[in-house]
Write a protein that binds this ligand. Structure first.
Ligand SMILES: CC(C)(COP(=O)(O)OP(=O)(O)OC[C@H]1O[C@@H](n2cnc3c(N)ncnc32)[C@H](O)[C@@H]1OP(=O)(O)O)[C@@H](O)C(=O)NCCC(=O)NCCS
Length: 335
């Protein structure tokens, strides 16, 4: 056995989000366009979910196009050149090629210098998983700057006749550049999974079963809305509180609450359970954007920055949850 001691990498003392970007697809779909197929109404949808309209991608607005566009904005806002990115992490469940990873195509199109690139599958919690990984890669010395992208075309896997999902899911992309920082800009992640509840949100069937069927069709998302609602509203509020505790701050120190845009009623229930004070501004991007899974948190933060609701230096609480069931949350300082 060799007794040679291995060298180890040394990273930055702290990591932070340096810039965010977003891509909203061009096609605006109001509730009125969906209600006939699900025997619903604009009023019911708004009351139960807070959604007024959503964006669905056109055929040209591929996951790659949306991811690259959001990433370019995030890079510009960070003042970085693509060649300074060492790693690209894409969170998605709607890249339909099993391999290669979407991240490799995005890294190449952006013009990175052969950055490491891989996709992660953590559904709606994917972006927060990516931010946690990026922070640790930067602090561990594996990467100087990491690009984290959440992108989805959920309209491809949503059944327009399913009353429980047709009005919820939507498309878009959001991105963040994570890099070294003088002060801590990303708090410790609180994350986990509960596979016992994996049936609550899932793609209906495996592609092999689809191909074996006499009438093959894309396997849609299916969801048991009620238990998902209860789990998200109560269990996730506790996880969000743990993320605050691990960051060493209380609700009074927060400026922004940016939860996964699953459903406005879930956001409101979490805010009540956590007793968020009135000064904490709450992301409500879902009203115009729908639930975009891994893309929803960076899209929501991007809108708050554009609307002047979020400012550089603010402390924001991210909490994301979804199929798996999987979840992740952390406190970040807004770039
Ligand atoms: C999907 C959701 C809005 C459905 O609301 P709900 O109150 O649970 O709906 P239910 O299935 O219990 O049905 C309640 C009533 O509304 C009706 N209903 C269900 N879907 C409807 C629709 N799309 N339009 C109109 N009425 C509908 C039902 O028929 C039922 O009527 P009844 O009381 O006369 O029998 C809700 O469960 C939810 O928000 N879940 C969380 C989903 C989520 O955020 N998922 C993403 C996690 S990442």
């Amino acid at each position: 056995m060799s007794d040679v001691r291995l060298a180890t990498a040394t990273g930055a003392t702290h990591a932070a989000i340096l810039g965010v970007g977003a891509y909203r697809p061009s096609r605006v779909v109001p509730n009125a366009d969906l209600v006939a197929a699900i025997d619903s109404s604009d009023e019911w949808i708004q009351q139960r979910s807070g959604i007024r309209e959503r964006r669905w991608a056109t055929a040209e607005e591929t996951v790659q196009l949306m991811a690259v566009s959001a990433a370019r904005t995030a890079l510009e806002r960070s003042g970085l050149d693509p060649r300074q990115i060492d790693c690209v992490v894409v969170a998605t469940v709607t890249h339909f090629l099993q391999t290669p990873a979407l991240a490799t195509l995005v890294a190449h199109e952006l013009g990175t210098d052969q950055a490491a690139a891989f996709d992660i599958s953590a559904a709606c919690a994917g972006f927060c998983h990516g931010v946690a990984l990026a922070s640790d890669l930067v602090r561990g010395g594996s990467a100087g700057h990491v690009l984290v992208i959440g992108v989805e075309r959920l309209s491809d896997i949503t059944d327009p006749t399913d009353r429980g999902t047709a009005f919820i899911f939507a498309d878009g992309a959001g991105a963040a550049v994570v890099g070294p920082s003088e002060d801590p800009g990303i708090g410790p992640v609180v994350w986990g999974s509960d596979g016992e509840q994996s049936e609550l949100i899932r793609q209906r069937e495996d592609w092999r079963d689809v191909l074996a069927s006499p009438d093959p069709a894309i396997p849609h998302l299916v969801m048991q809305g009620n238990p998902v609602f209860r789990w998200a509203s109560f269990t996730m509020a506790k996880v969000a509180q743990q993320a605050l505790d691990r960051a060493g701050i209380g609700v009074d120190d927060l400026d922004l609450f940016v939860p996964h845009q699953a459903n406005m009623r879930i956001t409101d229930a979490m805010a009540r359970t956590m007793k968020l004070p009135d000064h904490v501004r709450i992301a409500r991007d879902i009203a115009e954007q729908g639930n975009t899974s891994a893309a929803s948190i960076p899209l929501a933060l991007d809108r708050m920055l554009a609307d002047g609701e979020a400012h550089s230096g603010d402390l924001a609480l991210f909490i994301a949850f979804g199929a798996g069931l999987s979840y992740a949350g952390q406190v970040v300082r807004v770039p």
